[in-house]
Design a protein around this ligand. Structure first.
Ligand code: NDP
Length: 245
């Protein structure tokens, strides 16, 4: 059997497509998210084999670690962790509820560090393993009303590169995918309706109504992972061709 792949935020969007693609490629998977009903449905609808699901809030270190330990008992040590779970709560910081940026920092940054710490020790001792962190084009450049979100995604780039440097000599890969706008549930949690409408209007105008398909992100992750272990595609910045910013 192939090695264990863990995907966070697998209940929708990129995580869901990655779950299907890695599972169909023969990898045993552990899928994590809070909406366990969505994870169960995903497995059933797609007949995914060798697939464990667990209701985990990735901000909760103990629950995250416990789920991984349980999957490792069945499938062996994690060879790939995809830190994909994330939230984008766009807002004007002059009016935004501070809880929103605290939540983003927790999910988009703290939980990524949680996941990396949980798996990295065994990867170093095995001298093999891969971590893919899902950042954003908003981790490379700024956009209006994205202050807190950009801060978290610039943070993902920074922490990934820092840790990559420190584990490179152990043959462990730390990679980043930074997507542009894509069709997922991400906009659904923004509380400022004007900002949501503005975002949709921008997608309509520039990309003809639909942005990147989440399947393309899943394909990218599979390609990066399946390169030989000595090849580290450190970063993929991927956007709809018509995305102009
Ligand atoms: P979705 O909203 O469709 O998916 C987000 C996933 O994260 C869900 O499965 C959700 O599951 C999970 N999640 C959120 N909070 C938690 C938590 N505390 N614990 C566990 N799981 C959590 O959006 P995307 O697929 O677009 O987002 C995936 C990643 O891609 C994010 O990091 C996002 O920032 C990034 N991204 C997205 C872009 C886009 O345009 N769509 C562009 C660039 C980057 P549940 O609610 O069930 O817990």
């Amino acid at each position: 059997m192939k090695k264990l792949v863990v995907i966070t935020g697998a209940s929708s969007g990129f995580g869901k497509e990655m779950a299907i693609m890695f599972s169909k490629a023969g990898y045993p998977t552990l899928l994590l998210a809070r909406r366990i009903d969505m994870l169960n449905k995903l497995v059933e609808d797609n007949n995914l084999e060798n697939c464990m699901v667990s209701r985990v809030d990735v901000c909760n270190y103990q629950d995250f670690e416990k789920a991984i330990n349980e999957a490792e008992k069945k499938y062996g040590e994690v060879d790939l962790l995809i830190n994909n779970a994330g939230v984008m709560l766009l807002g004007d910081i002059e009016t935004q509820d501070p809880k929103e940026w605290q939540d983003m920092i927790n999910v988009n940054v703290v939980a990524v560090l949680n996941g990396m710490q949980i798996v990295i020790k065994q990867m170093k001792s095995r001298q093999s393993g891969t971590i893919i962190n899902i950042s954003s084009i908003a981790g490379r450049k700024t956009f209006g009303n994205h202050a807190a979100y950009c801060a978290t995604k610039f943070g993902v780039h920074a922490l990934t590169e820092t840790i990559r440097e420190s584990v490179a000599s152990s043959n462990v890969r730390c990679l980043v995918i930074a997507p542009g706008a894509a069709e997922t549930e991400l906009l659904g949690h923004i509380t400022n309706t004007e900002i949501v409408e503005g975002y949709k209007g921008w997608v309509d105008e520039t990309m003809g109504g639909s942005s990147l398909n989440a399947k393309e992100i899943a394909k990218s992750a599979l390609f990066m992972y399946e390169m030989p272990q000595e090849v580290s595609i450190r970063e993929v910045l991927i956007a709809h061709t018509r995305q102009d910013s």
